[in-house]
Design a protein around this ligand. Structure first.
Ligand SMILES: Cc1cc2nc3c(=O)[nH]c(=O)nc-3n(C[C@H](O)[C@H](O)[C@H](O)COP(=O)(O)OP(=O)(O)OC[C@H]3O[C@@H](n4cnc5c(N)ncnc54)[C@H](O)[C@@H]3O)c2cc1C
Ligand code: SF4
Ligand code: SF4
Ligand code: SF4
Length: 430
């Protein structure tokens, strides 16, 4: 039996569906003993290199959980000690227009590159065959529309740790919570990374999806299966998942797409994830869906992030708000929903869980027995429809797949709404 650390990583994390596909293990490996299989969308054992048991990969892997309590030292562990909340957007009209939300992430990267506070930034663009491209920017002139916008497939962005380690330059990284957790763990394992990564810009995150998701959306839209994915959030806010084939454009509202993407094709690891707002980044950015405009809801998590937001005033509009402001409900909703769902799912998972140092008992009182029942039903239904043979049947009936996905994704609000309607109807009849 192979007892290397590498095989332990594969046994405990990858084969146990706990891999978030962040790429950290590959980025930190000094001998390239792990590589990424883009077709399978998962790390694989490199056939050409032996593991030297340095333990870097295992120690840096966010898939095995994260020590929230230890990292935050008893401050607001579950929320992540935010210093400020703000609504922000890029002052450059093109960056704001091309952005997912307010273009703040890209505006800050432009600022950091223009003032040479960083030499390089790691970003993601749309690649061919429904796969992402990891790009390294050296100047704000290189920023293009394709670097903006959220891409909902997982991306092994932390492969870039290899580039960061092989240079003496200053870097900014942009990533989802699992990328940023991976970076933070890697810094502990390889301290020289700390001086090179000068800022960590985080994105809020609900889910990422497997590469089967765009195919399912094409089937639902009746688009050619070889059509090109032009964007996940293209066009007017909140944006449309958009495909093109021989000038035939098919698109669907992102909120509708979530019903198929997040129920049937969300990466399994995302069900056990509890960090919705990227608590370990310096600054973190999400959407203000509620207001329907192109703005970011922004959380400042470190003094460094606070300084950056103040210094970049020529590039970014900032309006600070506090917990009494109605915009805060957007942040709170994301924190609560993800945390409760994640911890409850961890509790339900048999045979191996990510070892966070907070657990369901920490939030037990915030979930009523009824709420717990709803979560259990939603999770059980999700597990059932994700079973291979059921999924294969549903994939042949895309409209039915959408109806079921919508029901489960919005559960229990649809059930309650139907019950409410029935109740009103019965009252009217009387
Ligand atoms: C998978 C995913 C899930 C999200 N879920 C939520 C959510 O539930 N609630 C919420 O409020 N906000 C969520 N967001 C964040 C939101 O969609 C915006 O990304 C955020 O508001 C920043 O917008 P912007 O206009 O400032 O960024 P832009 O200027 O458009 O720049 C986008 C940046 O994101 C990077 N990026 C794009 N896709 C990925 C990816 N898959 N992995 C890592 N980096 C990527 C790009 O490299 C670019 O730097 C999610 C984002 C992603 C990628
Ligand atoms: S979660 Fe990231 S570091 Fe862990 S195994 Fe997966 S790709 Fe590697
Ligand atoms: S990082 Fe170290 S322990 Fe992990 S696979 Fe590479 S050599 Fe082995
Ligand atoms: S939900 Fe969590 S594990 Fe999944 S992609 Fe987002 S941050 Fe990573």
């Amino acid at each position: 039996m192979d007892n290397t650390v590498r095989s332990q990583l594969f046994r405990k994390i990858i084969d146990n569906d706990l891999c978030s596909k962040c790429g950290t293990c590959i980025g930190v490996c000094p001998v390239n003993a792990i590589c990424y299989d883009s077709n399978k969308d998962i790390p694989i054992i490199s056939p050409n290199a032996e593991c030297i048991n340095c333990n870097r990969c295992y120690a840096s892997c966010p898939g095995q959980g994260f020590e929230y309590r230890k990292e935050k030292k008893d401050r607001e562990v579950l929320v992540g000690s935010p210093l400020l909340f703000a609504e922000t957007y890029a002052k450059d009209e093109t960056i704001r227009k091309n952005g997912t939300s307010g273009g703040s992430v890209t505006a800050l990267l432009a600022y950091l590159l223009d003032l040479r506070i960083i030499d390089k930034a790691v970003v993601l663009s749309l690649g061919e065959s429904d796969r992402p491209n990891i790009n390294i920017l050296s100047s704000s002139n290189e920023i293009s529309q394709s670097h903006q916008q959220s891409k909902y497939y997982s991306a092994p962005l932390n492969l870039a740790i290899k580039d960061i380690l092989s240079s003496e330059e200053k870097w900014a990284v942009v990533g989802l919570p699992c990328h940023i957790q991976g970076i933070n763990k890697a810094i502990k394992t390889i301290p020289s990374l700390k001086d090179r990564i000068v800022i960590k810009l985080g994105l809020f995150c609900g889910y990422t999806v497997s590469k089967e998701a765009p195919l399912a959306l094409r089937r639902y839209l009746g688009s050619d299966l070889n059509s090109r994915l032009l964007g996940w959030r293209k066009g007017e806010y909140p944006g449309y998942v958009t495909f093109e084939h021989n000038h035939d454009i098919r698109k669907m509202l992102i909120y509708d797409a979530y019903c198929i993407m997040n129920v049937f094709y969300a990466n399994e690891r995302c069900f056990y994830c509890i960090d919705g707002t990227n608590q370990f980044a310096d600054l973190s950015f999400g959407d203000i869906h509620t207001f329907g405009n192109k703005s970011n809801v922004t959380i400042v998590y470190s003094e460094k992030g606070k300084e950056l937001l103040q210094d970049a005033e020529k590039y970014i509009h900032v309006e600070v708000f506090d917990k009494t402001d109605k915009r805060y409900s957007c942040v709170d909703g994301i924190i609560q929903a993800k945390r409760i769902k994640g911890l409850y799912n961890i509790r339900l998972k048999r045979g191996g869980v990510p070892i966070n140092d907070i657990c369901f008992s920490d939030i037990k009182e915030s979930l009523s027995p009824k709420g717990r029942m709803f979560l259990w039903i939603q999770r059980t239904l999700t597990n059932v429809v994700r079973k291979k043979y059921i999924l294969e049947i549903l994939e042949k009936k895309p409209k039915l797949q959408m109806i079921i996905g919508r029901y489960i994704y919005t559960y229990p609000s649809r059930v309650l709404a139907l019950r409410g309607l029935r109740y009103i109807r019965s009252k009217l009849r009387k």
